[in-house]
Design a protein around this ligand. Structure first.
Ligand code: 9MR
Length: 460
């Protein structure tokens, strides 16, 4: 999108008699600069507070997946330390990282993350003990009896090493197939030990660290579907038979092919109703701008609506180190700048320093979407600030003899001269924090091709 202030000089103010136009220009300039990210002029006050502190106020943690290799990068560490109250080692606790060779345990990288977390008062999610992926070849080569003992030894050794330091463990990860079958996924554990391997892993884990919360973690289980139904049936069975399980993790990796399901909250709730906590464990949502922000806000609101949803972890600190970095799925960009998605999350958590939601505000930006001899189409993008809004108002001033001949996606009123159009929403007044909408119009130029001037955006 072309921002108005990048498309050339704004029209100069005319002398005194055109005071209304002058005012529009001055306000318009401020509004346009605000959209360029010049925060000094950004009208809505930047919400104070952090993700971690706002989540704490809601009785929850807000975490990030962390890689030990970036703990020496100052932007990474300062963002992590400022915003997050929980960490999950992204790869460092996986089987191939801690026991690449049988019975030789290497905890160095994971230890660095855990001690960093401890020194900052952050909790730790342990990820993960039994998973078909990132599994060293020697495990897959074992016969059933040996595999059983290697699995139990691995669980016991890793959990004892971190006893008292890990709040919740993903004991078993991704043990179910995608698709409609509801079947278990083929893996060395499944294929050689049968369905009972999950129960055995949980019983071993309980014995190794009785205080740790024990979770089952999976993806594509975020809505009600055959896969989540299969996990649900397993958890229900575990609870009925007294197999130790405390929590279910919903990875929540979303993109346009796999959007936030409409029954996300209902799905979290049905698991919670089985008597387990639920956690959003690997959240990322590909996209950008308002659509991404809205989706993030919806996820946070779903967790907050479920009392047993005890925390949210995003799968990384910055887009640049995300496993899906080209999809820019996280809350901070590659320069650790907060994205609209960040504002949406903070607003949904009620974080504004005052505990009552962010400042209702909005900003506007302009682009010309079509141009022809005698006219052009303009589009204004209205973006909510760090709190949701239910309405917005902005002005568009054209230069006589220009006339606006058509508008869409907005409800206009006019000044008597007909050159100042005040635009309000038609259907599109409700915006989540950080979310955007657009309206458009056609200008007949009558010889003057000056771009229109936007006023400031006022939110309600
Ligand atoms: O983000 C992790 C990436 O760095 C690893 O290369 C990958 C290897 O399998 O694992 C990624 O994390 C996965 C997590 O452990 C389990 N759920 C899916 C995650 C994304 O692939």
């Amino acid at each position: 999108m072309i921002m108005a202030n990048t498309r050339g000089p704004v029209p100069l103010p005319r002398p005194a008699p055109r005071s209304r136009a002058h005012r529009a220009l001055v306000l318009g300039t401020a509004g346009l600069l605000a959209t360029a990210g010049l925060t000094a002029l950004s009208a809505p006050a930047e919400a104070a507070g952090t993700l971690g502190s706002a989540a704490t106020a809601k009785g929850r943690y807000f975490g990030a997946a962390v890689s030990a290799q970036y703990l020496g990068e100052s932007g990474y560490v300062s963002t992590l330390n400022r915003e997050f109250s929980s960490v999950t080692p992204e790869n460092e606790m996986k089987w191939d990282a801690v026991e690449a060779n049988r019975n030789t345990f290497t905890f160095g990288s994971a230890d660095r993350i855990v001690s960093h977390a401890q020194s900052r008062g952050m909790s730790v999610r342990g990820h993960t003990l039994v998973w078909h992926s990132q599994l060293p070849g020697w495990v897959a080569g074992l016969g059933a009896a040996d595999l059983r003992s290697a699995m139990n030894h691995h669980i016991t050794t890793v959990m004892r090493h971190y006893k008292g330091k890990v709040l919740a463990w993903d004991v078993v990860n991704e043990a179910f197939q995608d698709g409609g079958s509801g079947a278990r996924r083929s893996s060395p554990f499944q294929d050689k030990l049968g369905n009972g391997f999950i129960e055995e892993a949980f019983r071993t884990a309980r014995a190794a660290d009785p205080a740790a919360k024990l979770c089952y973690n999976d993806y594509n289980t975020d809505g009600v579907n055959p896969k989540s139904n299969a996990v649900y049936a397993m958890v229900k069975d575990f609870k009925a038979r007294g197999v130790p399980i405390d929590c279910v993790g919903f990875q929540s990796h979303f993109n346009s092919a796999s959007p936030v399901p409409s029954d996300y909250r209902a799905n979290l709730q049905r698991f919670a109703d089985l008597g387990v906590d639920v956690q959003i464990t690997e959240l990322d949502i590909e996209g950008s701008g308002g659509a991404q922000a809205t989706a993030y806000g919806n996820v946070v609101n779903a967790c907050l609506a479920v009392s047993r949803c005890t925390g949210i972890t995003v799968w990384g600190v910055t887009d640049k180190y995300s496993w899906r970095s080209s999809g820019t799925p996280l809350l901070f960009d590659g320069n650790y700048t907060k994205k609209p998605a960040y504002d949406a999350v903070l607003a949904a958590l009620g974080g504004s320093g005052g505990g009552g939601g962010g400042t209702a505000g909005c900003s506007v930006s302009y682009s010309t979407t079509a141009q022809w001899n005698g006219g052009f189409n303009g589009q204004v993008t209205v973006t909510a600030g760090s709190a949701p809004i239910t309405g917005w108002t902005t002005t568009v001033t054209v230069t006589p003899p220009q006339k606006v001949s058509a508008t869409w996606n907005g409800a206009p009123t006019w000044d008597s001269g007909g050159d100042v159009m005040t635009m309000r929403p038609s259907y599109n007044g409700n915006l989540a924090a950080g979310a955007s909408t657009t309206f458009g119009f056609t200008v007949m130029t009558s010889g003057n091709t000056s771009p229109p001037v936007l006023g400031t955006c006022t939110a309600s």
